[in-house]
Design a binder for this molecule. Structure first.
Ligand SMILES: [Zn+2]
Length: 590
């Protein structure tokens, strides 16, 4: 039976927003993988006396239960509050746990569930994150890349036919709206976190790196198996989603530190943008504040280094390549619409970027040389980066690219039966398709040209090319796609052919106003925002995400799932919580 015990004072602190309220981390109702490592932190209200402190776990004195003495801090970070910590502890036996802490005055309680897994079902796990991918992304990508006639599609996205599907709840500890840091943390650790935090529970520690840590899937896989790990993204490799594979920090903006965490993670393949954080400060364009040369450090660890698509392909094709660092852009890479068609964004400066499809193929080539198997995370990060500025065409072309990347993994998995593939967003955006926009429709204003219901008919995008992209995103009858949340901006009812949309710019008093460059465009209409004026783009939404899965272990994917349960699906497939031989022998003897 689930324990129903709340941390005393929690609801009080929640209501009043007191940051120094007493707390236990991991939090009440946490689910914890048997044998995974975590920091247990208990924060008291006020300064307490160590001799009065007593902590029990299922009635057993904590130091004995955790085989570790507690570390008591009388005055944490100089504040008038005491705390105690057990670092890197594990609970091996599945079941319900009750943690009770007291200083003789206040009593704190939390209940945890520890779960085990059976033996490994899958040799490989490939997790695709369509960052911010909403239902409308999928629908528009299917319309543009497959076509639809008389209501029936002429084809499906690569993951449309995955047999298992679930709705995913994405909210975090602190807020109903997640960012990509805490939602990815939930996938990679099985623990909830807070906005901007990675691999930690946000406690009252002042130092970003001193919050109670929970073990990431990368750490678990490296500690418990001989498998290789790959991290691929078209955003910066330090961005929240890839960082979620390795990082422990309260602030996702700690990108120089996250670069170090990537280095020490033991990951075998790392590819994406973000090279600026790998370069020592003396190199022009470096974003480091020290002299560390991380490209050199990776090279010394035996990594092949690639900075362009051809180099990456050559390195991946070489049978001796087991470790690959690909850095193709100082910041986020360019999206499919710009790279393949418009040549805008920063494509003229960085013309040799590989795309996500090529990176996925290269990563699988290198990782699959490991006889024990691999875990690979591939993020289509730009789906989100383009939905923020309401640039739906770019977001949808990158959704088509994700579908192509998933096809590479599907083809790999089809040759074997040992690979679990998951495709999921980490959160959603407020994007919807409402009909079409037809330039031939009469009317003074562009809104008169929006067709809904029977007036919408079908768009006339050109047939997709061999990669599934229509060559022209701007036909005379286009999809009408709008976002539900926005700053002040000019709606142009057309794709932004001159480069990614910048909907708002800073005005007086740091308040964002509609970007005036679009004002003169034919048909542009000012849309007063519905977000606070501090917002310069659209925001994430709380709507569920849709996860699809195929392969061994995918049967656990169904109905509505919390995002922390996605970690459990992967841990179960990999057998990361399987009882060790010693434990099994003990169990038998009982
Ligand atoms: Zn975002």
């Amino acid at each position: 039976m689930r324990l129903k015990i709340a941390v005393v004072l929690f609801s009080l602190s929640f209501a009043s927003g007191i940051v120094d309220a007493a707390a236990i981390y991991p939090i009440d109702r946490a689910s914890i993988l048997a044998g995974s490592r975590f920091d247990l932190k208990i924060e008291f209200d006020g300064v307490v006396t160590e001799a009065d402190v007593r902590v029990t776990i299922n009635g057993v004195e904590s130091s004995r239960a955790l085989s570790q003495p507690m570390r008591f801090v009388s005055s944490e970070d100089g504040s008038p509050h005491s705390s105690l910590k057990f670092n890197q502890v594990t609970l091996q036996r599945p079941g319900d746990y009750e943690i009770v802490a007291t200083d003789g005055r206040q009593v704190l309680k939390a209940g945890w569930t520890v779960y085990g897994t059976g033996k490994a079902k899958a040799r490989n796990v490939i997790l695709f994150i369509g960052d911010g991918m909403t239902i409308a992304n999928r629908t528009a990508a299917r319309i543009l890349s497959k076509g639809i006639v008389q209501g029936k599609y002429l084809g499906k996205l690569s993951f449309d036919d995955f047999p298992n599907m679930a709705l995913i709840g994405t909210s975090g500890v602190d807020s109903i709206v997640t960012d990509s840091a805490n939602s990815m943390s939930a996938y990679t650790t099985g623990h909830k976190s807070s906005v901007n935090a990675l691999g930690v529970y946000v406690s009252r520690a002042k130092d970003n790196l001193a919050h109670p840590k929970v073990e990431t899937i990368t750490e678990l896989v490296k500690r418990k198996t001989g498998k290789a790990v790959g991290i691929v993204t078209d955003a910066e490799v330090q961005d929240a989603t890839p960082a979620g594979m390795v990082a422990h920090t309260r602030r996702r903006a700690d990108k120089p530190e996250i670069t170090e965490m990537l280095f020490f993670s033991g990951a075998d393949v790392i590819m994406g943008g973000g090279s600026a954080y790998f370069l020592p400060q003396k190199i022009p364009g470096s974003k480091r504040k020290d002299d560390n040369d991380f490209v050199g450090l990776f090279r010394n660890e035996g990594f092949a280094i690639a900075t362009a698509a051809e180099e990456m392909k050559q390195a991946a094709a070489s049978p001796s390549t087991r470790k690959l660092l690909g850095l193709f852009h100082p910041e986020n890479m360019d999206g499919a619409l710009d790279r393949h068609f418009l040549k805008k964004g920063t494509v003229d400066k960085y013309p040799n970027q590989p795309d996500l499809v090529e990176m996925t193929a290269a990563a699988i080539d290198v990782l699959s040389r490991n006889k024990e198997g691999f875990v690979l995370m591939v993020e289509a990060g730009l789906i989100d980066k383009f939905s923020h500025p309401l640039d739906w065409e770019r977001s949808v072309y990158d959704t088509i690219m994700l579908s192509n990347a998933v096809q590479v993994a599907k083809d790999f998995a089809a040759r074997r039966s040992d690979t679990l593939i998951l495709v999921t967003p980490d959160h959603t955006h407020g994007m919807s398709i409402v009909g079409t926009i037809d330039d031939a429709k009469p009317g003074e204003e562009m809104r008169d040209k929006v067709g809904v219901y029977a007036d919408a008919g079908y768009p006339n995008y050109p047939a997709p090319n061999k990669d599934g992209y229509p060559e022209d995103p701007n036909p005379s009858r286009r999809l009408a796609v709008f976002y539900a949340d926005y700053p002040d901006y000019y709606e142009t009812f057309r794709p932004h052919l001159d480069g990614p949309n910048v909907p708002a710019v800073k005005g007086a008093g740091d308040k964002y106003v509609a970007n005036p460059v679009y004002e003169k465009l034919a048909g542009a209409t000012l849309r007063p925002g519905n977000l606070p004026r501090s917002a310069d783009t659209g925001v994430h939404t709380v709507d569920d995400g849709v996860l699809q899965a195929m392969g061994p272990g995918s049967g656990m994917v169904k109905g509505f799932m919390d995002n922390t349960e996605v970690f459990r699906v992967m841990a179960d497939a990999l057998g990361l919580g399987a009882a060790t031989r010693l434990q099994a022998a003990k169990k038998k003897a009982q």
